[in-house]
Structure formats: structure tokens, C-alpha cells
Design a protein around this ligand. Structure first.
Ligand code: HEM
Length: 218
């Protein structure tokens, strides 16, 4: 979930205009502000709570996908957005928190017995909760102090959980929809492509002979 992958700084890549990270946070939070503004003004259609809940979930998934796209974009197209990856990951988490809060407060009215029954009975709620729990350590360690404290290798291992979260998020989306509209299938295909790319690349790196470093060769 973080831009400061210890291996990340190595390649500079295509010169993307440098935008302050705070600008990305501000732009990223515009959909939430828009939704709450229209929600307060009773402008979110016939079922405003459902619209709010679904939209916030969708934005969480979009930012998760954007976070996962940073590495392939750099490796395939040489577009380097690494410095924005932490912000994208945290935006995913913020939207997931808002999505969960909408569910707990507006959908379920903080009725914890009903919430527990939902978690136990509805697989999409179970998977949504599990996905959210996975996002917590990722968000909590998306800072420089955590990278220093944990060390690069442990930090990188923890952050591999983002792949599990991505699978959980699309599975959750697929189970929410009762029929088969294209949107969840498109997100599932994108997530599978982004994870498949990483898998193929890591398998290839394992079997392909590594070039010798000049020092060793000497
Ligand atoms: C924290 C636990 C979660 C709960 C309790 C939860 C609950 C829900 C609920 C009740 C809905 C609406 C179902 C309906 O329309 O009837 C929903 C939809 C959705 N959620 Fe979650 N969710 C959780 C976590 C997540 C996470 C972590 C993500 C993504 C990272 C996510 C993404 C989505 C998406 C994409 C939708 C469908 C939006 C649409 O229909 O357009 N959810 N979720």
C-alpha cells in the first residue's frame, strides 16, 4: 500500500509531472465530499443509503486497483508513479472505512446482533469484513517509521497481503450482485490481470538465469 517500497526507489522511469501528494489526497477525497454533499441534500436517488454505500465501496475498489497498477505501469510502460502509491493505498483504506461506517451506521443502525447475523449468514459480508481486516495492517504500516521499524523484508511481506485484499474485494463485489452485470466482471478481470502479471514475472525471474553483476564477473 506504500510508495516507499525499499526496492521502489531504484528506477526513475518516464518523467511524470510531479504533483504534491497532498493534491492527490484532496482530489481523491472529492468523490466522498460529492457523495456526502448530495446525501445531505437528499439528492442520491430513490435509495440514498444504498447509493452511498455502493459508491463508497466502488471507490475503495478503484483505489485498490490503482495501487496495484503502479508497479506494472512502471515495469511495462516505464511510467513511474511510485511516489503516489502510498496515497492511493491510503485512499482505498479511507473509502473502505467510509463504506464500512455507512454499512454499520446507516444500513444496520448499529444493531450489533443484526451485524453479527449478517457476517455469519451472508458470504459477501463475511468476505467484505475479512478484506477490511486485511487492509488495516497495510494502512497502519504505510508510513516511513513502520518501514524503518519492521525492516524492508518484513514490511514487503506484510504488504503482499494487498494481493489477498484485492481478491477479497472483487469476490465481495461478485457476491453482492445477484445477476451478472459487466462492472464486477470487468474489475475482476483487471485484478486478475494485475496479479497474473506479477505471478508470471516472479515465475520467470525464478527460472530465467540472472545476469551476473559486473563485480562478480570480474
Ligand atoms: C468492511 C466490511 C465491508 C462490509 C460490511 C461491506 C458491505 C457492503 C454492502 C452492504 C454493500 C451493498 C450491497 C447491496 O447493494 O445490497 C457493499 C457493496 C460493495 N462493496 Fe463492500 N463491504 C465491506 C468491505 C468492502 C471493501 C474492503 C471493499 C473494497 C475494497 C468493498 C467494495 C464493495 C463494492 C465494489 C461494492 C459494490 C458496489 C456496487 O454495487 O456498485 N467492500 N459492501
Amino acid at each position: 500500500m506504500d510508495a516507499r517500497s525499499p526496492r521502489g526507489a531504484a528506477k526513475s522511469g518516464f518523467a511524470v509531472p510531479q504533483v504534491p501528494k497532498i493534491a492527490l489526497y484532496l482530489v481523491g477525497l472529492i468523490p466522498a465530499a460529492w457523495l456526502f454533499y448530495h446525501g445531505i441534500n437528499d439528492n442520491l436517488g430513490a435509495d440514498p443509503m444504498r447509493y452511498l454505500e455502493q459508491s463508497l465501496g466502488l471507490w475503495a475498489l478503484r483505489f485498490l486497483v490503482a495501487t496495484l497498477a503502479v508497479t506494472p505501469l512502471r515495469q511495462i510502460l516505464n511510467v513511474n508513479l511510485l511516489r503516489y502509491r502510498r496515497a492511493l493505498g491510503l485512499l482505498c483504506f479511507y473509502y473502505a472505512v467510509l463504506h464500512l461506517t455507512t454499512y454499520l451506521v446507516l444500513d444496520q443502525g448499529l444493531d450489533f446482533a443484526a451485524i453479527w447475523a449478517d457476517i455469519v449468514k451472508r458470504p459477501y459480508i463475511t468476505i467484505g469484513m475479512a478484506t477490511f481486516i486485511i487492509l488495516i495492517p497495510l494502512a497502519a504500516t504505510s508510513n516511513n517509521a513502520a518501514i524503518r521499524r519492521l525492516g524492508g523484508q518484513v514490511w514487503a511481506k506484510i504488504h503482499r497481503l494487498v494481493y489477498v485484499a484485492a481478491i477479497g474485494a472483487v469476490l465481495h463485489f461478485l457476491l453482492v450482485v445477484k445477476s451478472w452485470p459487466p462492472e464486477p466482471l470487468v474489475y475482476t478481470a483487471i485484478v486478475l490481470a494485475l496479479l497474473g502479471y506479477r505471478l508470471i514475472r516472479s515465475l520467470y525471474r525464478k527460472i530465467a538465469p540472472q545476469p551476473r553483476s559486473p563485480r562478480r564477473a570480474a
